[in-house]
Design a protein around this ligand. Structure first.
Ligand code: ADP
Ligand code: MG
Length: 475
């Protein structure tokens, strides 16, 4: 029988398979292909630099043993890295790494053009000397389990959270994915788990981060050419909490890097907690392999709370703020604001504020007026003023700026979006919309609507603006 790269590699694989966890085998060895065999050197192709580093760090011994068994003491292993980001290139660009003498197996003997021999000393995300530096968890201690009132709507998610907090990485709820609509407590619950873990296991590294910030860090790391440092930073975390993963939609680069980080953490029994405004089945533009990972653990939904839960959330809030309020007023608010806990709290806060500013007693009449405002804003037709306010808030500018004559691109875009939504959500004429949004004429409004239509079909970021704003305006 002739010896080929494939046959040698298959024998190695058999040996390796017998000696490591099935999950590890699947993740780290199945994606490898044997490419070439010459003399004593076997060339294998790995999917990324990261993959290569991982193999070097964790499996170098077993690789050496298996290869020596096949090819004798002089066996060498050559990695070929299939470069990332070769989308569209028919011929994948490959990078060859000088052969390594496996009889002197030590990572630092590998003479390779990779720059990351001492990753923990070159991490830009924390001060050098990572092992001695505490990573700030970014947790909000006010978002505790104690303050997260239980009800039918959140019982599953809450108990799963408690189980995870008791044994991070040690339950089958890994990852734990908490999903549900806006203002239903995803962020709060995610923090609560982290806070509780920090409390029980102070030595564990816990990190809370929004998917948006994670994406930004990743993009920066690519710009600064230290993607590996970014990855290494995340790989030393014991409990990683990523909020609003739906934000990763369509961001293939970030998804890819998150996939690697996820695999690493999961592999090592580290806990991953995710939140999303959608169930995994409804997530769009998220890679299949990532979605399938999301489903490995538990997906728990936060639903809209029932009346009793709304009442207890309100009472708890009042108690913490040291405010007394009559039972029937609390019930009135809880009865009329149903779909969003944040709004429920908002109504109570304005009620307290109104009464103290105006030195009025908190009465059911005052409650009625305030609740009406909340319900009005959300249910009835929105006004053009309201649209301008929401759009300027979203872009963190004030309404005057939005209406100004400037040609600055981001302000023009905000103005056009306001016009577009005014057309979409009100019955006002083009002329009337124009006159209310910075005294423009009807042709300008028409042009704005067309531009928004065009941009939202060609520009992903812009489409996101439209989606976000639509959500905000139709709550
Ligand atoms: P999401 O991330 O789902 O949009 P948040 O976690 O930001 O929602 O929650 C919105 C507000 O509602 C927060 O102030 C949070 O403390 C509060 N909240 C949500 N659910 C509960 C609950 N079960 N008990 C107490 N407060 C809650
Ligand atoms: Mg949130």
């Amino acid at each position: 029988m002739s010896i080929t790269a494939k046959s040698v590699w298959n024998n190695c694989l058999e040996f390796i398979k017998d000696n490591i966890q099935p999950q590890a085998y699947k993740t780290w060895f199945e994606p490898i292909t044997a490419v070439k065999l010459s003399d004593n050197a076997l060339s294998i192709q790995v999917p990324s630099k990261f993959f290569y580093e991982w193999l070097e760090e964790h499996y170098v011994k077993i690789l050496k043993v298996s290869l020596t068994k096949e090819l004798g003491e002089k066996a060498k292993l050559v990695y070929i890295i299939k470069m990332e980001n070769t989308y569209g290139n028919k011929q994948p660009f490959t990078e060859r790494i000088p052969s390594t003498n496996r009889s002197a197996v030590k990572s630092q003997d590998v003479d390779i053009p990779l720059n990351n021999k001492n990753p923990e000393l070159r991490n830009p995300f924390v001060i050098p000397g990572i092992r001695n530096v505490k990573i700030e968890s970014q947790l909000n201690p006010n978002y505790s389990f104690e303050n997260f009132l239980e009800g039918d709507s959140n019982r599953l998610a809450r108990s799963a959270g408690l189980a995870v907090a008791a044994k991070p990485g040690g339950t089958s709820f890994n990852p734990l994915l908490i999903f549900g609509g806006v203002g239903l407590g995803k962020t709060h619950l995610a923090h609560a788990i982290g806070v509780d873990i920090k409390d029980k296991y102070p030595e564990k590294t816990v990190l809370y981060i929004s998917a948006e910030k994670f994406t930004q860090q990743y993009i920066d790391s690519v710009k600064k050419n230290n993607r590996n440092d970014f990855i290494h930073f995340y790989q030393i975390i014991d409990v990683l909490i990523i909020d609003d993963v739906q934000f990763l939609s369509g961001k293939t680069g970030t998804q890819d890097v998150f996939f690697h980080i996820f695999n690493h953490l999961h592999q090592n029994g580290k806990q991953v907690i995710l939140t999303s405004d959608k169930a995994p089945v409804d997530m769009q533009d998220i890679e299949q392999r990532l979605l399938s990972r999301f489903k490995w653990g538990l997906s728990a939904e936060l639903q809209t709370p029932d009346f009793e839960t709304r009442v207890s959330i309100l009472k708890n809030k009042l108690y913490r703020d040291g405010v007394e309020m009559e039972e029937d007023i609390i019930e009135y608010v809880a009865k009329h604001i149903k779909t969003n806990v944040r709004e429920l709290e908002g109504a109570i806060i304005s009620l307290i504020a109104q009464s103290s500013f105006n030195k009025k007693e908190i009465t059911i009449d005052l409650a009625r007026i305030i609740v009406e405002k909340f319900v009005k804003n959300t249910k009835r037709e929105v006004s053009i003023d309201y649209i301008q306010k929401v759009v300027s808030d979203y872009f963190q500018m004030d309404v005057d700026t939005l209406q100004s004559k400037t040609r600055k691109r981001h302000i023009v875009q905000a103005r056009q979006l306001a016009m577009f939504f005014a057309k979409k959500f009100t019955k006002a004429s083009l002329a009337s919309i124009g006159s209310q949004i910075g005294k423009r004429d009807h042709a300008t409004v028409l042009h704005a609507c067309k531009t928004v239509d065009n941009l939202s079909s060609t520009d992903k970021q812009f489409r996101k603006y439209v989606e976000d704003l639509t959500k905000k305006l139709s709550v």
